[in-house]
Design a protein around this ligand. Structure first.
Ligand SMILES: [Zn+2]
Length: 510
């Protein structure tokens, strides 16, 4: 241990789901990991750095199980968009990015997450028409510079949104069909090669920033491409993530395309396993949940995005009952407009409570906190390393200011963390034993300079994106009549067990 820096955190209150009031403890940190958690007065090396954490509540860094770094420069650009309109708007709001823009959009999100108590994320980023070594390197560098952990998964596919939805192109006049033709993606093999090259050239410490593979949406990919994505992930021992059953239109398209649910199809392709995460899973039925649970797979639950895009309310209790690992995410700032994990926890709790009068089926605040920490950690492939303040875990710790109005009075730590806290009480944030946020300020960041840089990028992108914006305005009406048409078709989802057979999704039937 001679070369390992020692830090002793003294007197902070440690959140504990078993106790209403968190008790003061001392935490000894060696290098980047927690060595010991003990009573106040814990022995520490004489030269240890001392952190006075009195009047602070300590909780494990929150872990965002699903977000999109490219979305941060697009925050606030849309309203009243379904998922399908958001996908159609993609080339406008996220297109034309330079390498510097790719860094900047990722960096802004990392700063936001750190300031809001989040220390690791699963970033499903995108480049058009295929990922690049330099692009992924720029995104990875943004997290490394900010001092945050990330799993960086390029979203890849073979078919554009217009090619992926059966009948959508046919619903367009020929001139428009031709125009959307320019949104065609690179051939699958070129995309797979680019990911392989990127993983071979990976220059970041994988304990902090690691790669993953994200075939974006199953029906945007051929079966062969999906299998090759999984083989690539297995070859490099990295996780897999895909948007599955996020919208009802996807559920209908999945049935049309596969003759079974997309999850049943993914199982047949051999993709399900402990390294596989379903993004959203709003339209999973109980058999799908069972399949995911049996394979030890995860769902990244994004309640804010699910409501904002009108996709519905996911049945997290049903997932937990079937041993699905559940993590919590914010989704991208292009469709939930902030990256606030406190808000996501609050919404996860509330969404569970809107779905029926049986309080046993509601999530407890403790279950929500578990999902946003250890559950998300498992989805990221960091199980047993992140998500707890305990010996052997990385020292990723958030310190909340108990003098903040959110904690006046301090009645119940876990209830207030999930239902009251909104990020305003975040005082400091430690990642790997190093303080990256102190006194509500990210170390080494000049926010005024960052604001100038972001504004320059915004203004340039606004000008450069005019053709793609005009194309969106042309396709908007077609997409917004065709896709809700799909979503009006009946879809049978057995969601509430015996005696509660429903033929429509809760969010659409009430
Ligand atoms: Zn997403």
């Amino acid at each position: 241990m001679a070369n390992e820096r020692a830090t002793i955190v003294r007197g902070g209150r440690l959140i504990n789901p078993g106790r209403n009031r968190a008790e003061p403890v001392d935490i000894l940190i060696l290098g980047d990991s927690i060595a010991e958690v003990g009573q106040p007065g814990l022995t520490a090396p004489a030269d240890a750095i001392v952190i006075d954490a009195r009047d602070r509540l300590m909780h494990p860094g929150l872990i965002n199980a699903h977000m999109h770094g490219h979305g941060n420069l697009a925050k606030g650009m849309g309203d009243r968009w379904t998922l399908e309109l958001l996908l159609a708007a993609g080339p406008w709001i996220s297109g034309g990015r330079t390498l510097e823009d790719k860094y900047l959009t990722t960096y802004v999100g990392a700063i936001e997450m750190l300031l809001k108590g989040c220390t690791a994320c699963y970033d499903l980023t995108v480049e058009f028409p295929l990922p690049s070594v330099e692009g992924l390197e720029a995104c990875g560098r943004a997290y490394a510079d900010a001092g945050m952990r990330a799993v960086l998964a390029p979203m890849v596919a073979e078919f554009s949104f217009y090619e992926a939805i059966p009948g959508l192109l046919d619903a367009m006049p020929p001139a428009l069909q031709k125009e959307v033709g320019r949104l065609r993606l690179a051939p699958g093999d070129a995309t797979l090669n680019a990911m392989r090259e990127s993983m071979q050239a990976w220059k970041f410490d994988r304990a902090s920033v690691r790669p993953a593979v994200a075939p974006t949406i199953p029906h945007h990919c051929s079966d062969d491409f999906m299998r090759k994505c999984a083989a690539l992930a297995h070859e490099f021992d990295v996780p897999l993530h895909s948007h599955v059953l996020e919208s009802k239109a996807q559920a209908i398209v999945g049935l049309k395309r596969y003759g079974k649910t997309p999850v049943a199809h993914l199982q047949d392709l051999g993709l399900l396993g402990p390294d596989f995460t379903v993004g959203h899973g709003v339209w999973l039925d109980h058999d799908d949940m069972q399949r995911l649970g049996d394979h030890g797979s995860s769902v990244a639950h994004n309640p804010g995005s699910n409501m904002r895009l009108g996709n519905g309310l996911a049945d997290v209790r049903g997932m937990l009952e079937r041993k699905v690992n559940v993590g919590i995410g914010t989704d991208g700032a292009n469709c939930s407009d902030n990256l606030n994990m406190y808000e996501s926890m609050r919404l996860a709790s509330m969404v569970s409570k809107t779905q029926g009068p049986d309080t046993d089926r509601w999530l407890t605040t403790g279950e929500v906190l578990d999902a946003a920490t250890e559950g998300s950690a498992r989805a990221l492939g960091f199980g047993g390393k992140l998500g707890r303040i305990a010996p052997g875990y990385k020292a990723d710790i958030v310190f909340l200011d108990l003098h903040n109005v959110n904690w006046l009075p301090f009645n119940n730590a876990v209830n207030q963390l999930v239902h009251t806290e909104d990020g305003a009480a975040v005082h400091s944030v430690m990642v790997g034993g190093r303080m990256v946020v102190e006194k509500r300020h990210v170390a080494g960041v000049d926010m005024a300079a960052l604001a100038r840089q972001v504004e320059q990028a915004r203004a340039r992108l606004e000008e450069a994106s005019v053709p793609n914006k005009q194309l969106f305005e042309k396709v908007e009406r077609v997409v917004n009549s065709f896709c809700p048409g799909l979503a009006k078709m009946p879809y049978h989802v057995d969601r509430f067990g015996a005696g509660h057979h429903v033929h429509e999704h809760a969010a659409y039937s009430h």
